[in-house]
Design a binder for this molecule. Sequence first.
Ligand code: FAD
Length: 300
Amino acid sequence: MSSKTENGQSGIRISFEFFPPKSEEAEQQLWNTVADLTEWDPEFVSVTYGAGGSTKAPTLSAVRKMIHETPFTTASHLTCVGATREDTHRVIDEFLAAGVRRFVALRGDPPGGVGSAYQPHPGGYANAAELVAALRERGDFDISVSAYPEKHPESRDTSADIDMLKRKADNGADRALTQFFFDNDAFERYHDRVRAAGIKIPILPGIMPIQNLTQLKRFAGACGTSIPSRLDERFEGTDDDVELRARVAAEVAAEQIQDLVRRGFDEFHLYTMNRSQLVSAVLERLGIQRKVDARAGAAA
Ligand code: FAD
């Protein structure tokens, strides 16, 4: 579905998403995770940004460190909710000063959280499409946007979502990263509709390896992501067995990706939740070569 570059023999390309740490312990965990995942040689990584600027300082600090101290090609998420255009441009300036040239441009959730009524700031950008246009005017950045295979919870219907995605693509987005999903049929139907609407940018499936199904269910409801009953069946009896649960989680995510590969997709955005073990287990199952292995193979 998008051009292929070799990653070992799998042909699969990956990117990772992190969130900014809010405590010293979380900070340590993030950098341990980054160190562990470096060997998978992702196409790019991204760091989320709290809507309304709630994580501006930790996002900026994490992104700056990733750009300057890791081999990662790093994107910063950026939201425009609750901000005037001038505010948003000041934040963009701060990110540019930190060396950021790649953005994931988002509207962001309203202050009351998902499901509460959204009101655009009277002096701000009303949605992500307007933010993309503003970024494009500012410079030659790499811009990703969101996409919702199972519909954004606020959206009237899938057509409204696809209209918004088209506006974002028309305004200059380079790719879309999807909300996480587990229903590959729903994703494929959505992808067909996106292409039928004339949207040509790559749509990268967002893959969430399941650390904890019960917690995920609470979170997924708010995101509009459905949880197929087969997942309950797969995780049944794993509550008290950490090793078994980790194995099932890796199998489930790897099988989802393998099924998408069979359907012609080759590039995936993994939600790491700032943990490396499960992500690495998934990538191992997919037969993706670590960078060190790939180098050794090339030298042989
Ligand atoms: P848009 O693309 O502007 O809109 C999304 C959809 O909502 C549209 O398709 C449209 O149909 C519908 N919609 C928008 N406005 C309205 C309206 N007024 N009335 C009815 N329907 C409307 N949030 C963060 O705070 N920080 C992050 O770092 C972050 N990263 C994300 C990364 C990815 C890959 C994804 C998928 C989501 C992320 N989010 C993040 C969540 C996102 O901010 C929320 O889903 C938010 O509600 C919408 O932002 P958006 O950019 O998708 O909005």
